[in-house]
Design a protein around this ligand. Sequence first.
Ligand SMILES: *[C@@H]1O[C@H](CO)[C@@H](O)[C@H](O)[C@H]1NC(C)=O
Ligand SMILES: *[C@@H]1O[C@H](CO)[C@@H](O)[C@H](O)[C@H]1NC(C)=O
Ligand SMILES: *[C@@H]1O[C@H](CO)[C@@H](O)[C@H](O)[C@H]1NC(C)=O
Length: 339
Amino acid sequence: MRTAFGAHLEPAVAVGLAMLMVLACHSPVAESIEQDICRLFSNNTVIRDPDSCSQYIKCINAVSVYGTCGGSTPFFDKEKGACVKTLTDDSTCDVSCVNATSQFVADPKSCYGYYYCLDQETPMYGSCPQETHFNETTQTCTRLYESECTASDFEYCSIVKNSVKFDNLKSCAAYHVCEKGVLKTKTCSSSYYQASTGTCVAKPLVDCVAHPLPSNVCGKASKPYANKFVSDGATCRGYFFCAAQADGTPDANPMWNHCPPDTFFDASSETCRSPNLVKCAEDRCDGRTLPFVISSTKGCRNYLRCSEGITLDEMSCGNLFFDEARGGCVPNVVSYNIC
Ligand SMILES: *[C@@H]1O[C@H](CO)[C@@H](O)[C@H](O)[C@H]1NC(C)=O
Ligand SMILES: *[C@@H]1O[C@H](CO)[C@@H](O)[C@H](O)[C@H]1NC(C)=O
Ligand SMILES: *[C@@H]1O[C@H](CO)[C@@H](O)[C@H](O)[C@H]1NC(C)=O
């Protein structure tokens, strides 16, 4: 596993901000590698435990629930989602009892696990007590300080069934899927990947700050932006800060932040302004405290119904005009910059 989310959330070097933007407090997302693997998977997905050939994990509400295969079906087959006698096609779990009758062989994926070979064809799974590792040479569970075993790396496609989608954690829009055992990265088009459902959904529905960097977000190599705030291209409130780089290149890891509630980021003035002064094609309910806000649809007759910062739907005042301050439709023209 690896650190989640792009490095662009590292706190940027302190800069003198000559603007009135309120920098909302944000905590860089520094996830530890110890986090539950199930945060990547949709509810009730079953995967093989990366640390064992005989254990499996069921992801329930993003939390791992472990199970173990035993007896005459000691291996977990991630494609079948079941315990099996032998794995047909998994070199990372190649356990053989040939010439090892009545001996113990190591679980290739685990320092704790072992198999007892009943005969040349029948491994039985077992695992060492806590604080001990299995050692095939001595055929015993040995104390940790005597062990040189280190947890082995794993490939996602050796634990996840083909065609099951899962989060890649690197970008809000991207996800992984194994196709014939090969890890692929895919991207949701103009939407974000939601790990809990395993689907692409409207951006505001996903709590994610690893917004994909728009191309040339901090300018081109020939004309890099130095200490400039730019739109994040994903939300109406969000922006990146492109810090001037010592070597004169565009900032490759601009810091993301967003404007306070009921303000949108205005790229031309590099400030947070009243939403109805800012043209923005993303969700206009984002960060709004009103239940109804003016839509940017031409004519100023339409409004959006908002719930918890997300657009529920767009409604029309018919022949009337929407008045955001009153929260209703009125006969006289109300004009806003955006519609
Ligand atoms: C996830 O699955 C469990 C067990 O099947 C179920 O009880 C739970 O409600 C599900 N969670 C969600 C968010 O649907
Ligand atoms: C098992 O033992 C036989 C006879 O000693 C040997 O020919 C064979 O290569 C061995 N197989 C393995 C997998 O070690
Ligand atoms: C297993 O034990 C032997 C003998 O004590 C030792 O040399 C070897 O390093 C051990 N192997 C591991 C993986 O700890």
